[in-house]
Design a protein. Structure first.
Length: 280
């Protein structure tokens, strides 16, 4: 097995031999979500986010950090290709906040072919991300370990929705056209640098658990969810408590020479947020 795959499988804690099958795709997807947290810390620090294969591998696998969609799905696409899957990235427009006008394409997802059938995989949408792939088929409810989803058509595009409080909530709208590295670089730059980007105004993290639960963080506010219910809710009193939780609850690596960060660095950036999650 190539060293890259060996290191990745160790990172996500999966000890089987991968093959080109739906079972492998599902297992890798779920283990990835449970081991590599969604997080935007580099935007908050701030640091530039590089999208080369080498940078993503070093940060998410070697340094044991997390990342957001351009990194998460960039890594997952490379993994699936090395296993032997036919896969390519698509781009979507995030509509979960019901924007007044259509936003730019800033969300990276994956189109995977399994036995001639198209599937959507996405390990990078934070708290509502898929934790297993779903069929690219409209108007059918699809169950995942962490919720109910469906796809709908909107002209030539597709819309992914999740079931929330007895109603369907749209997450993002995506198209099937070919995308290029320059498109990901552009979307990444917008997400990290646009003044109104929510990634610039909140520290956001999520790690999904194998029992159907998930851990979420917004600035100092931590929540442990299961089946839509709150099992634990904490507002950390200070940055040292937050720094400890990033490591103990989210498994975040902090010691890498390039991608690690110190308590002092975190204290500097979090001084810009109050304990209620607002930037000051």
């Amino acid at each position: 097995m190539p060293p890259f795959l060996t290191a990745y499988l160790a990172r996500i804690g999966w000890e089987q031999t991968p093959d080109v099958s739906l079972e492998t795709l599902r297992a890798l997807h779920l283990h990835h979500n449970g081991a590599i947290p969604f997080e935007n810390l580099d935007v908050v620090l701030p640091r530039e986010i590089e999208l080369s294969d080498e940078a993503i591998f070093h940060k998410l696998v070697v340094a044991r950090r997390g990342g957001y969609c351009f990194e998460q799905n960039g890594l997952f696409e490379r993994v699936l290709k090395e296993v032997g899957f036919t896969v390519r990235s698509l781009l979507g427009r995030v509509v979960i906040a019901n924007p007044h006008q259509m936003p730019p394409r800033t969300h990276r997802i994956l189109l995977v072919q399994v036995a001639g059938e198209p599937w959507i995989a996405d390990v990078g949408f934070g708290g509502q991300t898929l934790t297993t792939p779903i069929r690219l088929q409209e108007d059918i409810e699809q169950t995942t370990p962490h919720g109910l989803y469906r796809l709908q058509r909107k002209g030539e595009d597709w819309v992914l929705q999740f079931r929330h409080h007895e109603r369907w909530q749209s997450m993002y709208q995506f198209e099937m056209g070919e995308q290029y590295q320059a498109d990901f670089v552009m979307g990444n730059f917008h997400s990290a640098h646009w003044p109104a980007s929510h990634f610039r105004h909140h520290l956001l993290m999520c790690r999904h658990l194998p029992d159907g639960g998930k851990l979420t963080l917004t600035n100092f506010h931590f929540t442990h969810w299961k089946n839509g219910q709150v099992l634990e809710e904490v507002t950390f009193a200070d940055v040292p408590a937050l720094y400890d939780a990033l490591q103990q609850r989210f498994g975040l690596g902090v010691s890498d020479a390039q991608y690690g960060f110190s308590l002092q660095q975190l204290e500097t950036v979090m001084a810009g947020f109050d304990l209620h999650g607002e930037k000051v």
